[in-house]
Design a protein around this ligand. Structure first.
Ligand SMILES: [Fe+2]
Ligand SMILES: [Fe+2]
Length: 139
C-alpha cells in the first residue's frame, strides 16, 4: 500500500474542499503507516476511527454545499458517498473480527485510496466546475 501525495491536479478549484481533501489524505496516510508498521490493534483502531470520522464530516460538508447551491448532481454524488460509507463500515467490521490482515490492507488501498483519487477526479471535480460556472462563492 502506498501513501497518497497531494498534487495540484487534485484541486477542484474550491479551497474549502481542497483543504478537506488534503486533510483526508493525511488521515489516509496515517492508516497506511499504522498498517505497514504493524502497530498494535488499539493504535490501528484509533487511526481508523479518525479516518472514518473525518470522512463522514467531509461527506456531510460536501453534501451541505451541494444542497445549498442547488447542485443538480447531488443525488448521484450522495449515492457514491453512501457506497463508501458502507465500504468503511465493512472494513471496520472486518478489522474488529480479524485484525489487521493482508486483506484489510489491500481493501484499504483499493477501496479507500484508489476510490478517493478517482472520486475527486471524476465526481468532486464536476461540482467544482458547477461552482465555477455559476460563479458561486462558498463560505
Ligand atoms: Fe470530496
Ligand atoms: Fe464527494
Amino acid at each position: 500500500m502506498e501513501k497518497i501525495r497531494w498534487q495540484n491536479s487534485l484541486s477542484i478549484g474550491i479551497d474549502l474542499i481542497d483543504n478537506q481533501h488534503k486533510q483526508w489524505i493525511e488521515h489516509y496516510n496515517d492508516i497506511v503507516d499504522s498498517l505497514t508498521s504493524q502497530q498494535n490493534r488499539s493504535q490501528i483502531s484509533k487511526t481508523l476511527g479518525f479516518l472514518i470520522d473525518y470522512t463522514e464530516g467531509h461527506f456531510s460538508s460536501e453534501e451541505k454545499y451541494m444542497s445549498a447551491t442547488k447542485y443538480p448532481g447531488l443525488p448521484e454524488h450522495k449515492a457514491k458517498h453512501d457506497e463508501l460509507r458502507a465500504t468503511l463500515a465493512t472494513l471496520v467490521k472486518e478489522f474488529e473480527e480479524e485484525g489487521a490482515t493482508t486483506q484489510l490492507s489491500n481493501a484499504v488501498d483499493t477501496f479507500l485510496g484508489h476510490w478517493l483519487i478517482k472520486h475527486i477526479h471524476e465526481v468532486d471535480m464536476k461540482f467544482g466546475a458547477f461552482v465555477k460556472e455559476n460563479k458561486i462563492i462558498l463560505s
